[in-house]
Every structure is written in C-alpha cells, then in structure tokens.
Ligand binder design. Sequence first.
Ligand SMILES: *Cc1c(COP(=O)(O)O)cnc(C)c1O
Length: 436
Amino acid sequence: MKLYSTNNTAASVSFKEAVFNSMPQDKGLYMPVNIPQLDPEFISNLDKYTLPEIAFRVAKNLLGDAVPEADLKALIEDAINFDAPVVELEEDVYVLELFHGPSLAFKDFGARFMSRIMSYFLEAGEKQLDVLVATSGDTGGAVALGFLGVPNTRVTILYPKGKVSGIQEQQLTTNGQNIRALEVEGTFDDCQSLVKQAFTDAELNAEFRLTSANSINIARLVPQTFYYFNAYAQLLRQGKSKVVFAVPSGNFGNIGAGLLAWKMGLPIEQFIAATNANDTVPAFLKTGVYEPKPSVQTISNAMDVGNPSNWVRIADLFKEDTEALKKLIIGYSYDDAETVTAIEQVYDDYQYVVCPHTAIAWQALKDWQIRNSENDAAGVFLSTAHPCKFPDVIPARVASKIVVPEVVKELEGKAKQAVELSTDFADFKAYLLANK
Ligand SMILES: *Cc1c(COP(=O)(O)O)cnc(C)c1O
C-alpha cells in the first residue's frame, strides 16, 4: 500500500511510514494511492462471511503486501474481538451498534487496530513507543484500552480534571500496566496544548519515541470500513440489498471510512451526515461554501468540532466533483433541545436508549426518510457510544432504563490512579523525565 498527502499527490510513502508519521510534513492527510475495488461476487455474497473474515478481505485489499496474510489475519482476530450487530427497530430502521468494544464506543475499532499495527511494525530492539494523548473523554478511553498490554508501547493520557464523565474517568485511570493518566487542572485545550508542546520539545524527543496516535492516523480509518461491510452482510441476511447510512459526525472519520467502503464497491445509496450545532459540513452541503468555525459546546460533545479534520480526505475522494459529493452525502444538524427530544422519542417508540450522538443520527435518518418516502432502502443509523457513558445528558426517566454493561460494573471496584498536574509545560516535562 502506498499513500500520498492530500497536499502533494506526487510523492508517496509506505503504510508503515504513514502509521508512524500520522500526518505528512506538509500538513495534508494520507490517502491511499490506490483504492482497489472488491470483487463484486464477494460483495453480493457478504452474508456468507463473519466479521473477522470480512475485515481480513477488506484490509488485505487495501493494505496489499504491507502486512503478510497470516500476520494480518492474526492481528485482525486480536483487534476486532467484539461484535457490531445490526438491530431492527422498525421497518427499514436499523441501528448499527458500535459500542461493544472495551471502551463502549466505536473508536475501539480504530484504536485497537492501530495499537496492534504499531506494535507489529516496531522492530525487535526498537525503542518503546510513547503515545501521548489529550482527551475530552471518548478518545482517551479507546486509546488507553486499545494499547493496554500491547508490547513495547506506553500511553500517557492527559484529561481535564472534573470535565469527563464518571465512567470515562474510570476507563482512563484504572488500567495500570502500560497506561498512565494525568489529571490536568485545566480544560481540554490546555491538555492538547501540553501534548503539542511535548512533540516540539527537543529534549523530550531525544529521550522518547513520541507519537500522537491521532484520530487522523490512517490506521484508525482502515478498520472503520469493516463494520460498513459487515452491516451490509447482516442486511443481506434479512433480504435487504439497498441501504442508506446515517452517521453521527464530528471529525468525519467515521463517515470517511464509510465513503472508503463505498469507493471499494459497497453499494451504499446515500450517506446522511448528522451533526449537532457544529454544522460546518451540513452548511457546506447546502450552500457550497466551506466555512470552518470555532467549535461550540453541546451535549453531544464528542462531535463538538468546528473544523472537521477528515473533511479534506472526503473532498479528496471526490476531487473536483462537488456535485457528485453533494448527491451522495446529505447533511442534517440538530441543536441540544432537538437532541433531547430525539432521545425521548427513540425510547418511547422502541424502548431503546441511545446516547446523544446516536440520537442525532436517528433523527437525521427519520427526517431523510420522510423526505424520501418513495425510497425503500433499509435505513441504518450508527450508534457510536453506549448511553451509559453520558448519563447526565439523558432525561432521568430514560436514563433509569439504561442497562449498564458488565465491564462498567467491574470498573467500579478499581482504584483510581492519576497524577495531578498544572497547565504549566515545565511540570509536564519534569513528570515525563522523572518517570522514564
Ligand atoms: C468520536 C465520536 C463521534 C464522532 O466521530 P467522527 O469520526 O469524529 O466523526 C461521534 N460519537 C461518539 C460517541 C464519538 O466518540
């Protein structure tokens, strides 16, 4: 597999280089030079395959000989060791549950695959990989649990004190082993700024092999294509071969992976990009003007992104053909009041509890279906996180119906291990150097 930068299509790098660099020097994003089509025979027979089998075929197709087959197979079986079921809620309304991984959010697909790819590419005797990650909640948990116990890696998470949910904090701080948590007396932006400074600090770079395991890493995008194919497999088993996907979107990595799956030949009729008040993309799809804005805070905070980092990848897939892009992707956005109403409506209609991000995708799907009532495609909305991670924003009568998964109950007995830190970079640096 070769990859180019969206800012310079002339030069290309190997998959291994793209994984360790995360981002090209020119600040573009890595994209595959070749996006090969899957065999149509395979696609129309997807219902005969399991998720790991599908994942292997898709990954093999994309990565080529970057990882030998037997290693790739083992890596996928280890990384994707949980399910992504499609559940029917009413005729032509299905939910794709992506919260059955260890951190109860879809980011587990990306984080687990990336951690294992990185560990795999580290050669014998190479210096330990030090992953620094700032989190506002969901990313840190997925990265921590993704790298937990992965040889020759260590993760340092910085999170804002008092600003993540109870379960998120437990996921960040109770791991031990190769995971360390730093509780910063500040905001998410302070955490991010500490991490950024570390990456440009000469002394730290001489001492450690630092990486960001960033959400724009291509190794996080690849495994997110798997569940689109696997969802289609499940629909085929129900006699459905036409599908639209509604995707709760922030940085647009999730929907970007869906578009990659489409490019590989998965026959998806329509993508519905569902956002909260951070509506840069829906506004662009309506007006044709792409205008990034500062993010605004909402109750679906994992989607509070004013300038979605993966959008350049999506634009790149369509090159200059904005009309084709606007035809395939429809945007909808909702404010917090509408989000709460949607959570209640989903519960009242199906006795099913969704997280605020997922509620937005459901509402977008329903609104699309009303406007396209002649279309008989199966509508699938992606559930990106388990509702138990966001109890405070779900109305009490609905929140009381949440069935808390076993893994969360197990967290409760574990002791919190976190080191408190100021927002002063000198303190962070001193911590890192004192704890080699
Ligand atoms: C990260 C996240 C999103 C947004 O996904 P993108 O790939 O950034 O668009 C949506 N929902 C939840 C729960 C998330 O954690």
